[in-house]
Design a protein around this ligand. Structure first.
Ligand SMILES: C[S@@+](CC[C@H](N)C(=O)[O-])C[C@H]1O[C@@H](n2cnc3c(N)ncnc32)[C@H](O)[C@@H]1O
Length: 194
């Protein structure tokens, strides 16, 4: 049996993320999570936000890990969907898109694809919420983010912390705009576009 994955960071950031989702995702609707990783956010947040139909997704190879959280008490998420942002997206539109800690992992063209295709699958009034570390005006917001970025780039040159302004520009190309930029613990941000 696949060992159940666990991320301490997810445990640490899930409560602050919930507070922001409660603020911006008040209307009932469907939520597609992109790059769900261990599946911990889906397992817990879906139970805390029962008015949302939470659809976790990730690249196919990751789905067995997410399934390990399926039977967690309180988990209301749907079975995970295979979604590589560069490939075919599920048909239809979602009221909300949520992704955490993916934009510094995906190569820049993949981030662009994620934003472009995501916006194509977002309802007109929908919101796209992006959690993670970002730079501002080319500057790291902390020494720990600088060190993290260095480790990312040493491991894979396509990875790295993105400039918030560059992300905002990608959304503007899809006629979507920054509604809020929340400061989060551990030098992270939660950007809300609509
Ligand atoms: C650092 S993990 C973050 C996982 C989780 N969201 C979290 O906050 O812990 C990055 C995730 O991005 C996913 N990812 C990377 N490339 C992707 C792609 N092309 N399409 C969809 N997901 C991708 C990885 O599979 C991984 O689950």
């Amino acid at each position: 049996m696949t060992e159940r994955p666990y991320s301490q960071a997810c445990e640490n950031n899930k409560t602050p993320i919930l507070a922001v989702l409660k603020q911006h995702c008040q209307a009932p609707g469907t939520l597609l999570e992109i790059g769900a990783g261990t599946g911990q956010h889906a397992a817990w947040l879906s139970g805390q936000l029962p008015h949302l139909q939470w659809q976790p997704s990730d690249v196919a190879a990751n789905l067995p890990y997410i399934r390990q959280w399926q039977s967690d008490p309180g988990n209301r998420a749907l079975p995970p969907l295979a979604l590589d942002v560069a490939g075919e997206w599920p048909a239809g539109h979602f009221d909300y898109l949520f992704t955490a800690n993916t934009f510094h992992i995906m190569a820049k063209p993949l981030v662009e694809a994620c934003i472009r295709k995501g916006c194509e699958h977002l309802t007109e009034d929908g919101k796209f919420l992006v959690y993670g570390p970002f730079n501002y005006q080319g500057q790291f917001t902390s020494d720990s983010n600088r060190q993290f970025d260095q480790r990312l780039r040493e491991g894979d040159g396509d990875r790295g912390i993105r400039d918030q302004e560059w992300v905002v520009e990608q959304f503007a190309r899809q006629q979507r705009h920054l509604l809020a930029d929340h400061e989060m613990p551990a030098n992270n941000r939660l950007l809300v576009f609509g």
